[in-house]
Ligand binder design. Structure first.
Ligand SMILES: Nc1nc2c(ncn2[C@@H]2O[C@H](COP(=O)(O)OP(=O)(O)OP(=O)(O)O)[C@@H](O)[C@H]2O)c(=O)[nH]1
Ligand SMILES: [Mg+2]
Length: 596
């Protein structure tokens, strides 16, 4: 509904209200998020919907003419009162009750009331335009509503809907209907949200005593049931609409006109609407405070459970990795020997590459070499071949990640165990076990697998090579290789001497078969000793490698814990913030709208 002119003030007010309204919606939507709606809000959902719709319609009407709805029991004189306010007989009062069965909206010619009647269905009000202008309230929209005490529920619904879209409700009672007002909750539901004016009409029919008595009853209701949150009670006025309409003097009608004029005069109207909006907001914030008390601690518990679950899950993955790495220690040693031997050109490298089987074979060969050189050679070669095959097998085993990385089924099982308390709490709070970004099994599994795989890959691709390079530095290689070269040189020297001394004298010169065999035995023994020493040294490096795998995996797992934990923490914090935001909204609105 729009009025012909809109002052810059009201436009600004409208903009501010809309911003505030947006914030409010955002908070409410977050709390009732489809994925994880907080179930504790459900009992209040209907009230909340009514309140937010109310707020919305008030904000929409910020720049329009005032809407005054006259409600009350049948025969109280609502239609007559309307005529008295407009100044001529526009509404039809009557004696057959109820006279007004459909609401009638009276409006100035240039005011569009489509918003007012929008969505009212079959009970669309009759719209009448003021024929005469210049009356006291012919600038405003006045609604003559059907009675609120009849049994017709349609009447009730439509009056309620119209009252929601109004600025001011004039509640009219007469002698017969004052007591009844206390029994119906219609006025209760608007108290604090709408400007109310209580009118005792048809006072010309009453004695002073009974009028005072009825006025007292109305004042008690106004003070005790319908006061606003600031404690302000609606005014109670005694009138005789008929007297006024017939040109008589009626102080009550004059008071009513004054009160209404104040409320609907352009500057005041914005204020009325702001007050009404604030009244509605107070109710939303009271609901929010209740939710805060009830749900705040539960949300905190959920945060704690989510974090504990992640910590437990991480610790479990780490423990498991630790054990599995220990099982891989010997394979890794072997791999490091192989890798180191690749960087070691020389006899030490060959010895290092030779496994235990080959060592045994060569040893056995050495034992029989004097008696049967052919068998000795065969034993050594066979053992070497077997050793090579065994080494290849180990290498493949180390490079495979399976066995080291827990299977998806295992990880899922741990997840279910560790996250069960958090999931249950989420389920209770929102009907969704993964409420507020609690880590799901898939992402926890992916992250844990990724952490271990990347740590292992880093070992194979970088750390192992570095360790192998370190294991084959010159100051390790030379002490092993030089004696071998020296011995070989000596044998060659002896052989040369023998050669110069004549082939026949070879045995005598000491360069005969037994020299060669002895030299070979010394060589094998030396290399065997050296191999043992280098392997011991490399084993120390293996411990370092395993520590770095653990360290890298842990770093990644901690990151997983932080990131997944932060997601839930932030989601819950956002809900808590929304609750707090709603609980303190009236304060903020008051400041922003300049209302004390
Ligand atoms: N004496 C006296 N009679 C009044 C006064 N106001 C209204 N009446 C009479 O009371 C009767 C009912 O008045 P209405 O204005 O039709 O009452 P209403 O509240 O609109 O009734 P419904 O349309 O049925 O809900 C009519 O006969 C009016 O003339 C008044 O101030 N004094
Ligand atoms: Mg009527």
């Amino acid at each position: 509904m729009t009025s012909p002119s809109q002052s810059p003030d009201t436009a600004l007010l409208g903009a501010t209200l809309r911003t505030l309204q947006k914030e409010l919606h955002r908070d409410i939507e977050l709390l009732r998020d489809e994925q994880a709606p907080i179930l504790g809000l459900e009992p209040d959902a209907e009230t909340l919907d009514v309140l937010t719709q109310d707020l919305e319609s008030q904000l929409e009407r910020v720049s329009s003419a005032a809407v005054i709805t006259i409600v009350g029991a049948t025969g109280a004189g609502k239609s007559t009162l309307l005529n008295a306010l407009v100044g001529y007989d526009i509404a039809t009062p009557g004696s057959s009750r109820p006279t007004t069965t459909r609401p009638v909206i009276y409006k100035p010619r240039d005011v569009d009331t489509s918003d007012l009647v929008d969505g009212l269905g079959d009970y669309t009000p009759v719209i009448e335009t003021y024929q005469e202008s210049g009356g006291l309230f012919t600038e405003q929209v006045i609604i003559d509503a059907p009675d609120t005490n009849s049994t017709s529920t349609e009447h009730h619904a439509i009056v309620r809907a119209l009252a929601e879209r109004s600025d001011v409700l004039i509640v009219v009672a007469h002698r017969q209907s004052v007591a009844e007002l206390a029994t119906i909750d219609f006025v209760d539901s608007f108290a604090g949200r709408r400007d109310l004016i209580l009118v005792l009409n048809r006072t010309d029919e009453l004695t002073d005593v009974s009028r005072d008595k009825l006025m007292d009853q109305l004042r008690t209701l106004a003070n005790q049931r319908w006061a606003s949150s600031t404690g302000e009670a609606p005014p109670v006025i005694a009138t005789s609409a008929q007297n006024r309409l017939h040109g008589g003097d009626d102080t009550g009608m004059a008071d009513l006109e004054l009160a209404l004029t104040e409320l609907v005069s352009s500057g005041r109207l914005g204020m009325v609407r702001r007050h009404n909006a604030l009244g509605t907001l107070e109710k939303i914030s009271a609901l929010a405070r209740g939710w805060q008390d009830e749900l705040g601690p539960k949300l905190k518990v959920l945060t704690g459970l989510g974090e504990a679950a992640l910590a437990e899950y991480r610790a479990r993955v780490e423990r498991e990795l630790e054990q599995r790495l220990e099982l891989r220690r010997s394979d890794l040693k072997h791999l490091l020997w192989q890798e180191t031997s690749r960087n070691w050109d020389g006899p030490g490298g060959w010895a290092l590459r030779t496994g235990g089987l080959a060592g045994l074979g060569i040893g056995a060969g050495a034992a029989v070499v004097r008696r049967n050189p052919l068998l000795a050679a065969g034993t050594a070669v066979g053992a070497l071949a077997l050793d090579r095959a065994n080494g290849a097998l180990r290498e493949r085993r180390v490079e495979r990640k399976s066995g080291l990385v827990p299977s998806e089924v295992e990880l899922d099982g741990w997840y279910r165990e560790d996250f069960s308390a958090a999931r249950l709490q989420g389920l209770e709070l929102t009907g969704n076990s993964l409420a507020f970004g609690l880590a799901d099994s898939m992402s926890a599994t992916d992250r844990a697998t990724g952490a271990i795989e990347s740590a292992w890959a880093r070992l194979l691709e970088r750390d192992l090579r570095r360790a192998a390079t370190r294991g084959a530095r010159w100051y390790l290689r030379w002490p092993v290789d030089l004696p071998v070269f020296a011995l070989c040189g000596w044998v060659v020297w002896q052989a040369a001497l023998g050669l110069f001394g004549g082939f026949t004298d070879m045995e005598a010169s000491g360069a005969g078969t037994s020299l060669l065999i002895n030299a070979a035995l010394v060589l094998v023994a030396w290399l065997f000793l050296a191999r043992g020493a280098i392997r011991m040294l490399l084993s120390g490096l293996v411990s370092g490698l395993l520590t770095s795998v653990r360290h890298n995996a842990t770093t990644e797992l901690v990151r997983m814990q932080d990131e997944l934990g932060a997601r839930q923490r932030e989601a819950i914090a956002a809900r808590m913030e929304s609750l707090e935001h709603l609980a303190t909204a009236p304060e903020r609105w008051r400041t922003r709208l300049g209302i004390q």
